[in-house]
Unconditional design. Structure first.
Length: 430
């Protein structure tokens, strides 16, 4: 057997937290290996990157997700009892519930609602001396996704629920007060949505027939039982939270357009290929999820290395999207690279890889791409704005990583007809 390179440090958690997106690839580079062992959170952990690593990581017979995510992540970002920590048949069954929501009609409906909220925001932005795009996108998406999912949201509640849903992903990886905020937000959102699940089951609210909230409230597990109300709430929040998190990508689109103004003109041509390539490159180039975790379920060997049962393994998502064996000049922003190649399930993995039904790959990719395309149209064809002097370098020490000043714009003007430019049919392709 080949010995696995081991980092010398007794525990590398602080190094990981200092540079979460580049920790694995930097050490792979140093060790000249796609795999190394480090002690993280006091536990010996394998870290791996690259296309071949992704292929083995997404073999559901070899890995399990139960207990893979640290408690701190379960208590904030994921919630407890959700699809992320299920395995085998229980996972496949629950995942099917999510996949059945992702129909072309539902995705289009969410796009239309988001477009409507963006359009409604413009007059308000015109009156603001400074528009913090990241925060504004969070509000727009909260309103759109609640309406789409069938979650009643009074105008007076928008601010609070936006803050809580955002905290679940924006503060989860923080330490100190930030993390406490995320835990509190998890408790508050769980209570809010558990209450709604009860009301749906007690027929106290009536929702449109195809509402995702209805589907989740009445979903039955493999034993033909309804989910525990708290678990159903975690799953409904598994739709609300990540849609609001698309605000990160929307802000990064504004960032990319600012630094690559040539794409403004290309995007104005309205070609679907060009739009798709631009959005895919934003997902590849910019950091969002650094890595994902699993536990070895059965002993196996890979490339001469032993993987003992119970070992925690991290797969480097950001590093695989920046692997120079896959991507020529990976640190350059070059959307045209996507015109020449179709990504495979293992070489382009910003939202996980493998198959949707059998693996833990993100079921929200179609929605993400659709809303990102909408955003690139909106920012290039529906409004004009100024970008004042501010710190725009990406802060790689934060998760999610954003421009340091989060991208503030001013002098927003509507140009042409907002709705006309946005309502052209858009194909969703990943
Ligand atoms: C904002 C952009 C998004 C990013 C960067 C993202 C990223 C990810 C990643 C990395 C995973 C885990 C993959 C793995 O562990 O192998 C995941 C899983 C998941 N995502 Fe997303 N996601 C996004 C948007 C969405 C959206 C819009 C939805 C739903 C509307 C969604 C719902 C989920 C669910 C339910 C899972 C768990 C799947 C499973 O365990 O089988 N995500 N996502």
């Amino acid at each position: 057997m080949t010995p696995i390179p081991r980092l010398q440090k007794w525990d590398s958690t602080l190094d990981l937290l200092r540079d979460p997106y580049r920790f694995i690839s930097r050490n792979c580079q140093n060790e000249q290996s796609d795999l190394f062992e480090a002690r993280l959170l006091l536990q010996k952990t394998y870290c791996m990157r690259g296309q071949e690593a992704a292929q083995v990581f997404y073999d559901p017979d070899l890995f399990s997700r139960k207990g893979a995510a640290p408690k701190a992540v379960m208590k904030t970002l994921f919630g407890e009892g959700g699809v992320q920590s299920l395995d085998e048949d229980a996972h496949r069954h629950r995942k099917q519930m999510f996949l059945s929501i992702m129909t072309t009609e539902q995705i289009e409906q969410l796009r239309v609602l988001t477009e409507r909220q963006l359009t409604a925001a413009v007059p308000h932005w015109k009156d603001m001396s400074e528009v913090p795009l990241y925060e504004e996108f969070q509000r727009v998406l909260t309103m759109a996704v609640c309406e789409w999912a069938g979650v009643p949201l009074a105008d007076s509640e928008v601010r609070l629920r936006t803050k809580q849903l955002t905290s679940l992903f924006n503060d989860a990886a923080k330490i100190g007060m930030g993390h406490i905020r995320a835990r509190l937000a998890r408790r508050q959102t769980n209570a809010w949505i558990t209450d709604l699940i009860q009301q749906i089951r007690d027929k106290q609210v009536s929702l449109p027939e195809h509402s995702p909230a209805l589907k989740i409230a009445w979903h039955r597990n493999l034993k033909n039982e309804l989910l525990e109300p708290q678990v159903a709430a975690v799953e409904l929040l598994n739709l609300l939270r990540p849609v609001v998190a698309i605000s990160v990508y929307m802000t990064l689109i504004a960032h990319a357009l600012h630094f690559h103004p040539g794409y403004r003109e290309k995007l104005k041509s309205g070609s679907d290929e060009c739009e798709t390539a631009f959005v895919q490159e934003v997902r590849r180039y910019y950091p969002f999820f650094p890595f994902t975790a699993a536990i070895v379920q059965t002993y196996f060997e890979w490339n001469g290395y032993e993987f003992p049962r119970g070992k925690r393994v991290l797969l480097d998502l950001y590093g695989t999207n920046h692997d120079s064996r896959i991507w020529k000049e990976p640190d350059l922003f070059q959307p045209d690279r996507f015109l020449q190649r179709e990504p495979t399930p293992y070489d382009f993995i910003p939202q996980g890889g493998g198959e949707y039904a059998a693996n833990h790959r993100c079921p929200g990719e179609w929605i993400t791409v659709s809303l990102m395309k909408l955003t690139s149209r909106f920012l290039t064809q529906a409004i004009r704005y100024k970008v004042r002097d501010q710190k725009l370098e990406i802060d790689f020490s934060q998760m999610p990583a954003l421009p340091r000043d989060q991208f503030v714009v001013s002098s927003v003007q509507a140009i042409g007809s907002v709705t006309a430019s946005l309502s052209r049919s858009q194909r969703v392709r990943i």
